[in-house]
Design a protein around this ligand. Structure first.
Ligand SMILES: [Zn+2]
Length: 263
């Protein structure tokens, strides 16, 4: 019975909270990395974005007013990661907070000597454990077009959220039955060690060197590459690509470059 209530509720939300066509088209135009997606995938992405917006609040901070287009642009990119998974990967937290610019996080932490520190560095985005996703709107807007930005802030922060579904972000999200945790860890550790060595050698890299910060950042940055520039990940770290394709249940590199024509 619960399953039928869930289904009924889902159908109702899709009908009542549908994204109007002009707004949807405008959002897609802001996200050119979705051009190769098939019509069927785009249609499912649209439904998922509606359900995401029903489940989460998107709130402006420091006077920032979140427009309908901003809501959809954020929701669509959050849903790119879970298209073939489940929105349940985003359970356990409520909201997305949008700032008018980079922000200084309010949290403090205590070191081993008991000294309390505060981060004064402005940030473009942050995913808080069991808390909100925080985003600077100008950084979301600037990174919507992968070809010019070479990064995608929304995918990055939501990859952290998926990683945090089992504990603090560590680069190993909860894997489905049938995927091996040791195999995942071994693949990621080998690629991470190689990437860090390349950063240390000052190699010119096509992947953002920020990925060398921690295994959690490596997972988040490579998730951006997986969705927005899949051929690059196949070239650089094919074993990681293969693990991600199994985990996310998507094969973005196989999408024909012009499978979808914009209406
Ligand atoms: Zn990060």
């Amino acid at each position: 019975m619960f399953e039928s209530i869930r289904k009924w509720r889902r159908e109702r939300v899709l009908k009542v909270a549908a994204i109007p066509d002009p707004l949807w088209q405008e959002a897609l135009e802001a996200l050119p990395f979705l051009d190769p997606w098939t019509d069927a995938e785009i249609a499912r992405l649209r439904d998922l974005a509606v359900l995401f917006l029903d489940a989460k609040s998107i709130i402006g901070a420091q006077g920032h007013e979140v427009t309908p287009l901003q809501r959809v642009v954020i929701a669509v990119q959050a849903c790119v990661l879970v298209l073939n998974l489940d929105l349940a990967y985003y359970d356990g937290w409520e909201s997305v907070v949008v700032y008018p610019d980079e922000f200084v996080p309010g949290w403090e932490w205590e070191d081993e000597a008991g000294v309390v520190h505060r981060n004064e560095e402005p940030m473009a985005g942050e995913a808080m454990l069991r808390g909100p996703v925080v985003l600077s709107w100008p950084d979301v807007a600037a990174s919507a077009d992968w070809d010019t930005a070479g990064m995608n802030l929304v995918i990055h922060e939501f990859a952290h959220k998926i990683d945090m579904q089992n504990a603090e972000a560590n680069g190993c999200p909860p894997l489905p039955a049938g995927m091996s945790v040791p195999a995942w860890r071994a693949t990621m550790a080998a690629a991470y060690a190689d990437f860090c060595a390349r950063v240390d050698r000052d190699e010119e890299l096509a992947i953002d060197p920020y990925a060398a910060e921690t295994p959690a950042e490596f997972f988040a940055v490579l998730s951006e590459v997986f969705f927005a520039d899949p051929a690059l990940l196949v070239d650089e770290y094919p074993d990681v690509y293969a693990q991600f394709a199994r985990f996310y249940r998507q094969d973005p590199a196989a999408r024909a470059p012009s499978a979808r024509e914009r209406g």
